[in-house]
Design a protein around this ligand. Structure first.
Ligand code: TPP
Ligand code: MG
Length: 384
């Protein structure tokens, strides 16, 4: 037993506390690299990062439009947060597991999910892999993506538990949870961090600090100077980074994934970003934040910033960039049309996948539904 009366000092932490207070970036807000920080990555990898962000942006805009015409029930816009989603997911290997939140289209794409699969889910059509259960929630076993939970932050202890299980089984897999600043106020966050610290779980915990939890600003979420500092109390190396700099996100996440894989335990990453859109399509942010604030953060958009860097480095020309946007806009428009025209799921699916043998009251409700549908049909009251 260690002497409980022993005195500790900062050097006992075993990691650099200042990383939880600083703001690590590799490229500045004008897309200029910071001397000595550029990773040596292939042009293909850098271009892929950019294309995933472009695809996420185009897809996000489409889902928003589809919601506005009544084809999608609800959407949580991703605009402005693409670098966190893409950069962190790209640091994972194929066999690792992602426990995302509901604002990570870029992460699903980076794990190999297609626009078609995402849109089938959004529109709850006949090919919806989750057969209508929940809404605005994605996930797929094929890509080792756990469907995002609705209760905020509940993916954190799950990701930590899965990481501990992998460690016990001596699997080399790493788990990563992505969640918001709001989730750090849930008990799940503290329980998760406590277990991760004690059991040295091979997990990477990424806070998407987008400054808002619906209408609650980050300043009302915590009195801590940074969100990353919270990890220090659990003896978890914690790093605060510029989440609108995809190279900072990718290199920090990669370092964390490697630490986890080599048995060094968890890392907490606070990625500072900004939610440019509303919380969801059911939210009106003009009721709680000024448009000047949004205009200020629009200038820090991660996509034009990385675009400037790629052009500056000669990895992409202006016309190649134009071609990427045109190509993906056209491709995604075709996919939208195709998914739009697929038949809807039959309404009876709401009774599926609950009990292996339906209970008497479910059977009764099923009959009632059938009868209501028959009546609606007979009276010509149905939607097209
Ligand atoms: C336990 C729980 N409480 C409240 C809600 C309602 N709710 C949904 S999202 C949200 C805000 C979450 O904010 P944050 O964690 O910062 O994520 P962001 O939406 O900004 O990505 C709230 C309060 C919920 N889904 N679950
Ligand atoms: Mg938030």
């Amino acid at each position: 037993m260690e002497n409980p009366f022993r005195e500790y000092s900062l050097s006992d932490l075993g990691f650099d506390l200042s990383r939880a207070l600083g703001l690590y970036r590799v490229i500045n807000v004008d897309g200029m690299p910071i001397t000595g920080r550029e990773p040596s990555l292939s042009s293909d990898l850098l271009l892929n990062m950019y294309i995933f962000m472009v695809r996420a942006r185009i897809l996000d805009e489409w889902i928003l439009k589809l919601q506005r015409i009544g084809k999608v029930a609800l959407h949580a816009p991703n605009k402005g947060q693409e670098a966190v989603a893409v950069g962190s997911a790209m640091a994972l290997d194929r066999d690792d597991w992602l426990f995302p939140s509901y604002r990570e289209l870029g992460a699903y794409l980076a794990r190999g999910m297609s626009e078609e699969e995402i849109l089938d889910r959004s529109m709850i059509n006949i090919d919806d892999p989750l057969r209508g259960s929940e809404f605005a929630i994605y996930g797929h076993r094929r890509y080792n993506i756990i469907p995002a939970p609705v209760p905020v932050g509940s993916q954190i202890p799950l990701a930590v538990g899965a990481a501990i299980a992998a460690k016990i089984l001596k699997h080399k897999t790493v788990t990563m949870a992505i969640f918001g600043d709001g989730a750090t106020s849930r008990a799940d966050f503290h329980v998760g961090l406590n277990f991760a610290g004690v059991f040295k779980a091979p997990v990477v915990l990424v806070i998407q600090n987008n400054q808002w939890a619906i209408s609650t600003p980050a300043i009302r979420q915590t009195a801590s100077r940074t969100f990353a500092i919270k990890g220090v109390a659990y003896n978890i190396p914690s790093v605060r980074i510029d989440g609108n700099d995809i190279l900072a996100v990718y290199t920090t996440a990669l370092e964390a994934v490697e630490r986890a894989r080599t048995g060094e335990g968890p890392t907490l990453i606070e990625a500072v970003t900004y939610r440019l859109g509303p919380h969801t399509t059911a939210d009106d942010p003009t009721r709680y934040r000024y448009k000047e604030e949004v205009e200020f953060f629009e200038k820090l958009d991660p996509i034009p910033r990385f675009r400037k860097y790629l052009i500056l480095k000669g990895i992409m020309t202006e016309s190649e960039d134009k071609r990427i946007w045109e190509e993906w806009s056209a491709k995604i428009e075709d996919i939208v049309k195709n998914c739009y025209n697929k038949p809807q799921l039959p309404v009876e699916v709401i009774f599926e996948n609950v009990y292996s043998k339906p209970t008497w009251n479910l059977l009764e409700q099923q009959e009632e539904l059938k009868e209501s549908l028959r009546l609606i049909n007979e009276l010509g009251l149905g939607a097209e």
